[in-house]
Design a protein around this ligand. Structure first.
Ligand code: HEC
Length: 209
């Protein structure tokens, strides 16, 4: 099809513009880092309850919470001993538990706490260069963090606390249930891990959210 002279002129002009934009040294480059989300800026994934399960029914007696953790399909490509690939997302639901009149958790016949309400949804995700925006002392690789209320609105969380609590887990790609997950995937008996003892000790801080 023959282009009208006017259209041809517009095309030439836009090519010229595109070329000059590329060659101008002070044009800000649209790199991955420039568009990377930052702490607090992740969107809640709509379909995460259909994602592969990472760990369900984590009973936090002291914190009076039950936590369910999901990982997206990309994350399941990780291999034991390695890091999770770019594009991995973890979602952790934090549920309050039913209480007795005296404020202690109401336990079922198996001695387990039962869920009351979804109080928070915590998200961590990684992508190329995403960690660049984090303060150097709190850099958790390329992971970034965002917290939501149970109703899906963004929570006014201080993500430096997310970072400092996950920071000691550098050898596990900053993921708490790393060992348990890979053991379970390998079909092995899940042995109690010293790391999880640490997890229990620090988990009460989640109460603040
Ligand atoms: C006081 C320490 C602490 C703080 C602060 C903290 N976390 Fe965690 N986080 C944990 C522990 C412990 C687990 C493992 C689940 C469990 O056993 O409770 C965990 C698990 C997670 C997981 C599931 C993946 C994994 O590591 O197993 C996500 C996602 C997560 N946290 C996000 C966040 C976000 C977002 C924040 C900040 C809003 C945050 N965390 C703050 C201790 C912390």
């Amino acid at each position: 099809m023959k282009k009208s002279p006017l259209l041809a002129l517009i095309s030439i002009a836009s090519i010229g513009f595109a070329l000059s934009a590329c060659s101008t040294p002070d044009t800000p480059a649209l790199t991955a880092a420039a568009v990377a989300p930052k702490d607090g800026g992740l969107a809640m994934p709509a379909d995460y309850t259909r994602w592969p399960v990472f760990k369900l029914d984590v009973q936090k007696k002291e914190a009076r919470q039950i936590r369910d953790i999901y990982v997206n399909a990309i994350g399941t490509q990780a291999r034991a001993g390695g890091a999770f690939p770019d594009g991995t997302q973890f979602v952790m639901e934090i549920h309050s538990v039913k209480l007795n009149p005296d404020g202690t958790p109401l336990l079922d016949d198996n001695g387990k706490m039962t869920k009351d309400k979804l109080s928070k949804v915590f998200l961590m995700a990684k992508g190329p260069g995403w960690g660049d925006s984090a303060p150097a002392a709190l850099k958790n690789g390329d992971w970034i963090y965002t917290a939501f209320e149970g109703n899906g609105t963004r929570a006014g969380a201080d993500q430096s606390s997310c970072r400092s609590c996950h920071l000691p887990l550098a050898d596990k790609d900053f993921v708490f249930h790393y060992d348990a997950y890979f053991k379970q995937r390998a079909g092995l008996e899940t042995a109690p891990l010293t790391r999880l003892a640490h997890a229990d000790a620090v988990a009460t801080a989640h109460r603040g959210y």
